[in-house]
Design a protein. Structure first.
Length: 371
C-alpha cells in the first residue's frame, strides 16, 4: 500500500533542503488534496495561511474520525503513525508554527500512549523545537468540523462557528491555524520523497454486508466489480451508502469509482467509506437509523438543524409505521432540502443527503410503506 510507505524523516530533511516555497510547489505539482472529504489543495491552504501576517501560527492534525463507516485514519494511526507525525513536522516547518495539536477521537484514546512515545522519539530525532500536544475529543461527531475543533481545543463547547473567517486566517486564539487530517499529513512526506507517488491512490473504508470489511487502497477509477471481487458480498447487494452524509445509491458493478461518477448519482464520496447494504434491508429503515444519528449529534446551535433533524426522524417513523401518505413523502423531501439550504455547518447541510438520494433511487421502498 502506498499509504504505508515509511519516509523515516527523509521528507523533512528534503523539505528543509529545498525550502518552504519549493515544498509548496512540489505538493501543488503532485496534486495533493485534503483527504477529509472537501478535497482542497493542500499547498493552497498552506499558502493562504502563510499570507496572513501573524506572530504565531498553529497546525492541527484532525484525527477525530467520527463518520460512521470510516476507519481509515485509525488504520494509519496504528500502522504508520511515524509518517503522519513527520507530515505534521513538515507542516510546522513550512508554516513556521511552534505549536501543533493532534485532535484525537475520544474512542481512539487507546492509541494515545503509543502516539505520545512516537512523538517524543521523532521530535528528538528531528531536533525541531516545537510542541505536539494530543487533545482528546469527547465523542461528539461535530468536533470533526474545523471550527468546532478549534472551540474544543480552546476549552469551549465544541460548537461550529460561522465562516469566514476561515481557520487558516483566524483560528486558535485568533491566530492563523491550518487543519489537515491524518491521511493528508501522511501523504505530505510520501509525496516529497517518492517520485512515483500517485495522488489518485485512496484509502477506502469498506463495511456492511460483505465478507471482508476493512481498509483497502485503490486508484480512483477502480471498477466496482474489482471492489466487490475483493470484499465478497454477503448475499445480494441492493445499495451502498457513503458513510452517513454522502447519500445512498444502487450498487452498479460497471461503475468506475471516482468523485465524478459518484456525484453524478447525487452522492458525495467524502472520505471514500462505503457501507454496502444487502437486499434484505428496506432503505427507509436505513434512512431512519441515519436520521436518528443526526438528531443525536446535532449541536443544537441553529434552528433548522436542531428542529429539522427531529422532524425528519418523526416523518420517517410515520412512514415506517404505515401511517403516512404521499403528502408526507413530499414533506420529507421539502424538509430535507430546506434544512440543507439553511443550516450553519456541514452536519446540517448534509443531513438530508441520505433521504434525497434514496428518494431518487429507492422510492419503491418508501411507497411500499404508505397506508
Ligand atoms: S448545522 Fe447542526 S451541528 Fe451545525 S451548527 Fe447548526 S445545529 Fe449545530
Amino acid at each position: 500500500m502506498q499509504i504505508l510507505r515509511e519516509t523515516k524523516l527523509e521528507g523533512l530533511r528534503l523539505a528543509k533542503k529545498i525550502g518552504r516555497a519549493k515544498v509548496l510547489e512540489v505538493l501543488s505539482k503532485k496534486g495533493l488534496v485534503g483527504r477529509g472529504g472537501a478535497g482542497f489543495p493542500i499547498a493552497k491552504k498552506w499558502e493562504t495561511s502563510l499570507g496572513v501576517k501573524a506572530k504565531e501560527r498553529y497546525v492541527i492534525c484532525n484525527a477525530d474520525e467520527g463518520e460512521p463507516g470510516t476507519f481509515k485514519d485509525k488504520f494509519i494511526l496504528k500502522n504508520n503513525p511515524e509518517t503522519m507525525i513527520e507530515g505534521l513536522l513538515i507542516a510546522a516547518y513550512v508554516l513556521k508554527a511552534k505549536r501543533c495539536f493532534i485532535y484525537l477521537r475520544g474512542e481512539y484514546d487507546y492509541l494515545r500512549e503509543e502516539l505520545e512515545e512516537k512523538i517524543s522519539e521523532i521530535l528528538k530525532k528531528s531536533k525541531m523545537k516545537i510542541s505536539i500536544e494530543i487533545v482528546r475529543g469527547a465523542g461528539a461527531y461535530i468536533c470533526g468540523e474545523e471550527t468546532a475543533i478549534l472551540q474544543s481545543i480552546m476549552g469551549n463547547r465544541g460548537n461550529a462557528m460561522y465562516k469566514p473567517p476561515h481557520p487558516t486566517v483566524e483560528g486558535l486564539w485568533g491566530k492563523p491555524t491550518v487543519i489537515n487530517n491524518v491521511e493528508t499529513l501522511t501523504c505530505v512526506p510520501q509525496a516529497l520523497v517518492y517520485d512515483d507517488w500517485n495522488p489518485d491512490y485512496r484509502l477506502f473504508s469498506i463495511s456492511g454486508d460483505v465478507c471482508h470489511p476493512g481498509v483497502y487502497e485503490w486508484e480512483l477509477g477502480v471498477k466496482m466489480s474489482t471492489i466487490l471481487d475483493t470484499v465478497k458480498p454477503n448475499g445480494k447487494l441492493k445499495a451502498m451508502a457513503f458513510g452517513c452524509f454522502g447519500g445512498i445509491m444502487p450498487v452498479n458493478k460497471n461503475l468506475s469509482v471516482s468523485q465524478n461518477t459518484i456525484c453524478k448519482e447525487g452522492c458525495q464520496h467524502g472520505a471514500f467509506s462505503i457501507i454496502f447494504i444487502g437486499e434484505k434491508h428496506n432503505i427507509v429503515d436505513i434512512c431512519l437509523s441515519i436520521a436518528k444519528f443526526y438528531t443525536y449529534e446535532s449541536c443544537g446551535k441553529c434552528t433548522p438543524c436542531r428542529e429539522g433533524t427531529i422532524r425528519l426522524v418523526n416523518l420517517l417513523k410515520k412512514i415506517k409505521s404505515k401511517k403516512a401518505d404521499k403528502s408526507d413523502i413530499k414533506l420529507l423531501k421539502e424538509f430535507a432540502e430546506h434544512i440543507q439550504e439553511t443550516s450553519l455547518c456541514g452536519l446540517g447541510r448534509s443531513c438530508g443527503n441520505h433521504i434525497l438520494t434514496s428518494l431518487k433511487h429507492f422510492k419503491k421502498d418508501y411507497m411500499g410503506y404508505l397506508k
